[in-house]
Design a protein around this ligand. Structure first.
Ligand SMILES: Nc1ncnc2c1ncn2[C@@H]1O[C@H](COP(=O)(O)OP(=O)(O)OP(=O)(O)O)[C@@H](O)[C@H]1O
Ligand SMILES: [Mg+2]
Length: 258
């Protein structure tokens, strides 16, 4: 297999200036995530499938970015690469000066645990474990003492307005509640960046609205940088910026006017 091309993580200002798709007028907003000439291809029995090539964009600190695009465009694949859960065929992703292409397996695991909170469309909670245990899991995985991990988990469940559901098994919760638990689980490690893949995709309109309101509030109160994949144009329009992934290219969508 071809090894990923290494692109150095240059200083945030220079990097932003060179981007075809970057936050404009961002003085005072350093780049947190820099995507550089990213390519992803799959070699299948029927040939080479190039999902995207030469993809470059930056996300500024504190920004709430929506990524939209048709089904199959490669949004989840891109988010997996940003979260160091998958590797690109070429190019690199930089979190400030950390170049993901230079991380070994152990460093990538540590990067994920420290930098990124991930929310999936389907929550992947452990149904037989309580909400509290599910949220505490990432802290226990990084070696925190059980009592402290459970205390932090309870605080986060209260933040997502589930203080009265801590003892429920995940399988006993509603879809919206499960997604709020997964939000607490994503943020319990206090990451700088929230990556959310269709966090409201499986919810009805009203529940989706409530979960999105919560994401907005947590984004603001915890100084997060958030990248949210969504099919919901109404919710995308509430983000600072919308990028559309289409036919392997990333384009900025003009702001939606109310
Ligand atoms: N391991 C793989 N091998 C070959 N093709 C793959 C592999 N993984 C994903 N793909 C293909 O890559 C494309 C992009 O998949 P991805 O899940 O990133 O799309 P998406 O934009 O998130 O779609 P959706 O909106 O439906 O979630 C799909 O056509 C998929 O079939
Ligand atoms: Mg997807």
């Amino acid at each position: 297999m071809e090894s990923p091309e290494v692109v150095s993580c240059v200083g945030s200002r220079e990097a932003r200036g060179a981007d075809p798709v970057s936050r404009s007028g961002g003085a005072g907003h350093p780049t947190v995530v820099g995507v550089r000439n990213l390519r992803k291809e799959y070699v299948t029995g029927r040939g080479r499938l190039v999902l995207f090539d030469n993809l470059s964009f930056s996300v500024a600190e504190g920004e709430m970015l929506a990524i939209v695009g048709q089904s199959g465009a490669g949004k989840s694949t891109l988010l997996h690469i940003l979260g160091a859960l998958d590797t690109p065929s070429a190019g690199d992703v930089c979190f400030t000066s950390i170049s993901l292409s230079k991380l070994n397996v152990k460093e990538a695991a540590s990067f994920r645990n420290q930098w990124v909170g991930y929310v999936w469309q389907f929550h992947y909670l452990l149904p037989e474990f309580t909400a509290l245990e599910n949220v505490a899991m990432p802290l226990l995985a990084r070696g925190e003492k059980k009592a402290e991990a459970l205390r932090s988990a309870e605080q986060w469940l209260t933040e997502v307005e589930l203080g009265d559901r801590v003892g429920h098994r995940a399988g006993e919760l509603s879809g919206g509640e499960q997604q709020r638990v997964s939000l607490a689980r994503a943020l319990v490690t206090r990451p700088r960046v929230l990556l959310a893949d269709e966090p409201t995709g499986d919810l009805d309109g009203q529940t989706a609205e409530r979960v999105f309101n919560l994401i907005e509030r947590l984004h603001a109160t915890h100084g997060l940088t958030s990248i949210i994949v969504t099919h919901n144009t109404g919710l995308a329009g509430r983000c600072d910026r919308i990028l559309r992934l289409e036919k392997g290219r990333m384009e900025e969508v003009p702001p939606l006017k109310a």
